[in-house]
Design a protein around this ligand. Structure first.
Ligand SMILES: *Cc1c(COP(=O)(O)O)cnc(C)c1O
Length: 357
C-alpha cells in the first residue's frame, strides 16, 4: 500500500473520495442500465434528471435569486473571457487587474469595446488586492477575479460597486456564501473546486442578455444555452455528473457556510505555521490572503533550502506544492475537499523540516 498522499494541486485538483467513487460507478454502469454514462445519449431520459438536480443544487447552495439561469458549457473559464464581453459589453467595461487571469480577460474584452482598468496590483507582482479605486458609473460592468489562483489573493466579500459585477470564481466558487444579486454573471471552470475538468458553470442574469449591439455567434450567445437548458448541443456529461456528486457532497456537509468555516480553519493552520516558522514567509499581504491557494517562499537566509524542503515534503506525501513560475516558492492549494487533517499534516511537515536543521 502506498503512503497517504495529500493533494495540494492547484487545478485540476482534489475531489472528495466519494465523488470520485460514485462517478466511477456511473462510468461502469449508469443507474443499473448496463451501459456507461459515457455511452448514452445526453437526451436519454436518465440524463436529464442529472442536469436538473445539478442546476437545482447550484441555485440552492448559492441562494441564486429569481431571474438568473444556470448553464453548463465547455471551453473552460478561458472561453468566458470572450463570451462575457461578447454578451454583456455594450460600450465600456471596467476590469480590476489582479493578475494573469484578469489580464487575459481584459485582452479579450478589448475586442468588443472600451476597457477601463480601474486598478492593478502589478506594481507588487499582484501580492495584494487594490482597495481604493474609482469605478466608472457609465461602464456596463466591473469584472473581478475573486480568487487569484496563481498569486494566492482573494476577494472574500463583494466589492461595493455602483455597477453590476461579473465574477471569475473559478477557484473559490462554493467555498463560501456569495451575494449573487450583485452580479450579472458568475463563471467558474469546474476543475478547481467542483469537478473534473471539461465543464464551466455559468450563472447569468436573464434580463441582461440580448442587449449588446452585435451579432453573437450562436454557440457564444448565452441565450442559446439558457433557452435549451444546456442541451443545445452535447454537453460534457461525465464532468456534469461529477459536479452533481460534488454538489450533493457539499450539501451533505452543511453547504457553503460549512465550506467557508472549514476553509477558514484549514487555511489558519497553514498560515499560522508559515508565520511562526523561521524558514518561511507568506508572499501575500495578510488581509488579502486566499483561503484556497496558500503561497509562500523560503526566507532569504534559507533560500538554498528550497529544493530540500520540496524533497522532504514530497517524501511526506505532499503533492503539488510547487509554486507557480510567476511567484516561485510553494503553493498549497486547499480546495473544499482538503481535510483539516491534511492541513495539519502539511503544517507538521514544515515544523519537522525546521526542527531537523
Ligand atoms: C484556472 C483558472 C482559469 C482558467 O480556467 P480554464 O478552465 O483552464 O480556462 C481562469 N480563471 C481562474 C481564476 C482560474 O483559476
Amino acid at each position: 500500500m502506498n503512503m497517504k498522499k495529500y493533494n495540494f494541486n492547484a487545478g485540476p485538483s482534489i475531489l472528495p473520495r466519494e465523488v470520485i467513487e460514485n462517478t466511477a460507478k456511473q462510468i461502469l454502469d449508469f443507474n443499473g442500465s448496463g451501459l456507461s454514462i459515457m455511452e448514452i445519449s445526453h437526451r436519454a431520459k436518465d440524463f436529464q434528471p442529472v442536469l436538473d438536480e445539478a442546476v437545482a443544487l447550484i441555485k440552492e447552495l448559492l441562494s441564486v435569486p429569481e431571474g438568473y439561469s444556470v448553464i453548463f458549457l465547455g471551453g473552460g473559464a478561458s472561453l468566458q473571457f470572450t463570451q462575457v464581453p461578447c454578451n454583456f459589453l455594450i460600450k465600456k467595461a471596467a476590469y480590476l487587474n489582479t493578475g494573469v487571469w484578469a489580464k487575459k480577460s481584459m485582452k479579450e474584452a478589448k475586442l468588443y469595446g472600451d476597457v477601463v482598468e480601474v486598478a492593478t496590483s502589478a506594481d507588487a507582482n499582484f501580492t495584494y488586492i487594490p482597495k481604493t479605486f474609482d469605478i466608472p458609473t457609465d461602464a456596463d460592468y466591473l469584472h473581478v477575479t475573486t480568487n487569484n489562483t496563481i498569486y494566492g489573493t482573494e476577494i472574500r466579500k463583494e466589492i461595493d460597486s455602483p455597477i453590476p459585477l461579473i465574477g471569475d470564481m473559478s477557484s473559490d466558487i462554493f467555498s463560501r456564501p456569495v451575494d449573487v444579486s450583485k452580479y450579472d454573471c458568475i463563471y467558474a471552470g469546474a476543475q478547481k473546486n467542483l469537478a473534473m475538468a471539461g465543464v464551466t458553470v455559468i450563472i447569468v442574469k436573464d434580463d441582461k442578455l440580448g442587449r449588446a449591439p452585435r451579432q453573437i455567434p450562436t454557440m457564444l450567445d448565452y441565450r442559446t444555452h439558457v433557452d435549451k437548458g444546456s442541451m443545445f448541443n452535447t454537453p460534457p456529461v461525465v464532468p456534469i455528473y461529477c459536479a452533481l456528486e460534488t454538489l450533493r457532497w457539499i450539501k451533505k456537509c452543511g453547504g457553503v457556510e460549512a465550506m467557508d468555516k472549514k476553509a477558514i480553519e484549514r487555511a489558519k493552520i497553514i498560515y499560522d505555521e508559515i508565520d511562526r516558522n523561521r524558514l518561511f514567509r507568506g508572499t501575500v499581504k495578510e488581509e488579502d490572503r486566499s483561503l484556497m491557494n496558500i503561497c509562500f517562499v523560503m526566507n532569504e537566509d534559507f533560500a538554498e533550502l528550497e529544493k530540500s524542503f520540496m524533497e522532504f515534503a514530497t517524501q511526506k506525501g505532499m503533492v503539488g506544492i510547487k509554486g507557480h513560475r510567476d511567484v516561485g516558492g510553494f503553493r498549497a492549494s486547499c480546495y473544499n475537499a482538503m481535510s483539516i487533517e491534511g492541513a495539519e499534516a502539511f503544517a507538521a511537515c514544515m515544523k519537522e523540516f525546521e526542527a531537523k536543521l
